[in-house]
Design a protein. Structure first.
Length: 183
């Protein structure tokens, strides 16, 4: 008769509801859902009528500071969680998700953004709700109809430091806004 083999069980994972996400991050529930669907809080766990996320990821995100000190000017673009893009053959996704590769994230956030002064834009900040998810350096742009621009970007060097792992207080409305330099 052989002895039974013991295996180590994984530690239980503490989960948080979308209500808890909204409360801890000071967001509306719809915004909390977007943050969760973007992958910022790790994988989603679905139960009957509820979406749950890992509580430790929520702790990390809740500690992100709002940008208050000196910072360079930047064009801020608001995006939704990534979804497949059927209309643009140059990219697989539209929006942003933590699980996408760096190239997929850059492609997915490359769109036609409203900007009347593109030559003044050196940084592009990609934001989901109040969370800065990408800090990109603008290397050029294409001009579309009216004030629409498609920016060419790469990861920003040290100049984007004030925005990394941070939150922004964003004005209501619109998908873009210009964040003025603060000295």
């Amino acid at each position: 008769m052989s002895r039974p083999t013991l295996s180590v069980l994984p530690a239980p994972i503490a989960l948080a509801s979308s209500y808890e996400v909204a409360r801890r991050l000071d967001l509306e529930r719809r915004q909390a859902q977007r943050v969760a669907e973007s992958g910022l809080l790790g994988p989603l766990y679905r139960t009957e009528g509820s979406v749950l996320v890992q509580a430790d990821r929520l702790d990390d995100l809740a500690q992100r500071r709002f940008v208050d000190g000196p910072h360079p000017a930047a064009l801020v673009v608001r995006v939704a969680p990534a979804r497949p893009d059927e209309d643009d053959p140059e990219r697989d996704y539209l929006g942003w998700h933590a699980a996408l590769s760096e190239q997929q994230r850059h492609d997915a956030t490359r769109g036609w953004w409203s900007d009347k002064q593109p030559d003044d834009v050196a940084l592009l900040l990609v934001v989901i709700c109040t969370f800065v998810v990408e800090v990109l350096q603008v290397t050029g742009y294409d001009t579309g109809i009216g004030a629409k621009r498609r920016f060419h970007t790469r990861n920003a060097p040290a100049g984007g430091r004030p925005f990394r792992d941070a939150r922004l207080r964003t004005p209501p409305g619109g998908s873009t806004f210009l964040l003025e330099e603060r000295r």
